[in-house]
Design a protein around this ligand. Structure first.
Ligand code: AP5
Length: 191
């Protein structure tokens, strides 16, 4: 049975950057992990159904549509990750126009049953600057206070995920100029 590690963090915190660094380091040690991006699974379906033309539009779709896409992705990912070591790159909660949507509600957790949920975090002002500097995405423009609240909410909801699955919750800081430290912290739980 492989290890299932869910890696989460607010948009722009750099979770994909940290995951890519950790995968490289583990590969050099001969430890195989597959990285699966939850949003990509959802976006494939959203695109086929002409619901969204970029991945950032998905969090603005109606709640029931997002939940349907989320459910479809959970079964697809579970089927793909049966026995392998996998990292699932996703969100503890998604900020939608009508409030926070749980990224890992009961029907997703039942499919994935993660061993560890990682929260990648850093100071809200650093996240704000990263969003402003990233032209490749359509990031939500919000202030540092709102970003900090979203990170707080992610910790609270992660506690519920731990209660349901018995998984551990690991906080990895990805601070400016300290990317290597964030990568090493993630590697230490993946090893
Ligand atoms: P997804 O694509 O996962 O959205 P995202 O969080 O915006 O993902 P990214 O990987 O682009 O951001 P990141 O924060 O990891 O940052 P990056 O490494 O690029 O998901 C798309 C959509 O799918 C969601 O919006 C949602 O609608 C849906 N979705 C996904 N999962 C779902 C679920 N479970 N339920 C419902 N919906 C779901 O880095 C950002 C920038 O920071 C880069 O410029 C980078 O160079 C820089 N940076 C990184 N680290 C550092 C550092 N240490 N110092 C300085 N700069 C840094």
């Amino acid at each position: 049975m492989g290890k299932k590690v869910v890696v989460t963090g607010v948009p722009g915190v750099g979770k994909t950057t940290v995951i890519n660094g950790a995968m490289e380091r583990l590969a050099a040690e001969g430890i195989a992990y597959e990285a699966i991006n939850y949003g990509t699974f959802m976006f494939d379906v959203a695109q086929q159904e002409n619901l969204a033309s970029n991945r950032d539009e998905m969090r603005k779709l109606g709640k029931d549509v997002q939940k349907r896409l989320q459910k479809a992705a959970a079964s697809g990912i579970a089927a793909k990750s049966a026995d392998a070591n996998v990292i699932i790159d996703t969100h503890s909660s998604v900020k939608t126009p009508t409030g926070f949507l749980a990224g890992l509600p009961e029907w997703v957790l039942r499919e994935l049953m993660p061993d560890i949920v990682v929260l990648v975090e850093t100071d809200a002002d650093q996240i704000l600057m990263r969003r402003l500097g990233d032209d490749s995405r359509v990031r939500d423009m919000e202030g540092a206070r709102a970003i900090a609240e979203h990170q707080e909410f992610n910790r609270a909801i992660a506690a519920a995920y731990a209660m349901y699955t018995g998984c551990t919750i690991k906080i990895v800081r990805n601070e400016n100029f300290l990317l290597e430290k964030g990568i090493e912290d993630l590697v230490s739980v993946l090893r």
